[in-house]
Design a protein. Structure first.
Length: 134
């Protein structure tokens, strides 16, 4: 398949067929002009590719930073939910500490206090029956 006359592919193929040293109807100046056009187009395409790479890498960097920020927001939200549940638990515990029906048995248990006419019994573990020779 041949390139259509006037297309970029046709001009590249025509430039590739001829050489600068060939004699004929084309002059060196005409060939130089064609090569200059080809080089300028290659330079424009290279600049466009460089620009596309720069823009793409910028979008990539922003996307990665956005991902890290979303992970940080999720971690902070989980920590906030945990703090809210801890606050509710501590609030409930503070209310219980003002209730004498909850507080009195707790005090007696933790401090070892006894009410009048009660006997406090301390149970110690039984000594082991294992033979010390073994």
């Amino acid at each position: 398949m041949t390139a259509r006359r006037g297309s970029f592919g046709f001009k590249v193929a025509r430039a590739a067929r001829g050489s600068f040293a060939a004699t004929g109807s084309r002059s060196f100046r005409g060939k130089l002009a064609r090569w200059a056009i080809f080089a300028s187009r290659a330079l424009v395409w290279s600049a466009a590719a460089l620009f596309a790479f720069a823009v793409g890498s910028g979008f990539w960097r922003i996307g990665v930073e956005n991902y890290h920020l979303h992970r940080q927001v999720d971690a902070v939200e989980r920590h906030n939910d945990q703090l809210v549940s801890d606050a509710a638990r501590l609030n409930r515990e503070a209310q219980l500490l003002h209730d004498p029906d909850y507080l009195v048995p707790l005090i007696h248990e933790q401090l070892g206090l006894v009410k009048p006419h009660e006997v406090f019994i301390v149970v110690s573990p039984a000594p082991s029956t294992a033979n010390p020779d073994k």
